[in-house]
Design a protein. Structure first.
Length: 252
């Protein structure tokens, strides 16, 4: 989506507030012993309190209001009732929604309770890399340059990136042009970021894997070489300078 008038920016701000606050409060609400389903229901109620609709449910009939991935799950984790959150789990919550014809997307990984399994460094690295990448995005910057930055920073910290999960355009639907904003330097991608366009920028920082494969449930993604993955995501508006972070209220 390219924003051309103030009402469009206002619409994007409203839906982005809904997903950002929902993500933040789900992170705060999560406790050891809670089921992923309970956490998802809490998130669904929050979205409805804003008048927003779950984007994965509306778009794909995903079996949940939000995606909740735990430990070895990379993304698109189903919030099952039997998926019980434990102390020290690596948890990822991805919240996207539609409100009044506008769509926004954000997500974040965190360690539940005490970091007894030493995931905090991975989580912090993902968050830091996302924020650094966003600071470098502006009108005219090559999409591949941002992918190069993300991959380079990940390797400096001893990690890989997941290459078949990417950021994307967003605004009037969940996925728009540019459809692929990779976490690595894709020399075939000659696209550039354009002023006033809305995109979801996300990192997938991995301890071992480089690709994500779909499990038999048709949704859950896991790494091709195992290990763990941390993801963080903001929806932003491109400007001549640093982007406007629409989902800043998620506090990632």
């Amino acid at each position: 989506m390219s924003i051309s008038k103030e009402s469009e920016l206002a619409g994007m701000k409203r839906v982005s507030e809904a997903v950002a606050v929902t993500l933040r409060e789900m992170r705060n609400y999560a406790k050891p012993g809670m089921s992923a389903k309970e956490l998802d229901e809490f998130g669904g109620k929050m979205l409805r309190s804003f008048g927003a609709k779950s984007a994965p449910y509306v778009t794909y009939k995903f079996p949940g209001w939000t995606c909740i991935s735990v430990n070895h799950e990379v993304a698109h984790g189903i919030p099952y009732n039997h998926k019980i959150l434990q102390e020290g789990d690596l948890v990822n919550v991805d919240v996207s929604a539609e409100l009044d014809g506008f769509w926004s997307d954000n997500g974040g990984s965190f360690v539940l309770g005490k970091d007894i399994r030493n995931h905090e460094h991975l989580v912090n690295t993902s968050r830091i890399i996302l924020n650094k990448a966003i600071r470098h995005i502006r009108d005219g910057v090559r999409i591949s340059a941002i992918g190069h930055l993300i991959e380079t920073e990940a390797k400096k910290s001893g990690y890989n990136v997941i290459k078949n999960l990417t950021g994307h355009g967003v605004g009037r639907s969940l996925h728009e042009e540019p459809h692929h904003i990779p976490n690595y330097h894709d020399h075939r991608n000659h696209g550039r970021f354009r002023k006033n366009s809305v995109v979801a920028i996300e990192t997938f920082i991995s301890t071992r894997s480089t690709f994500a494969n779909t499990l038999s449930d048709g949704w859950t993604l896991v790494g091709n070489h195992g290990g763990f993955v941390a993801q963080h995501e903001h929806t932003i508006v491109i400007t001549d300078h640093e982007p406007l972070i629409l989902t800043a209220l998620n506090e990632i």
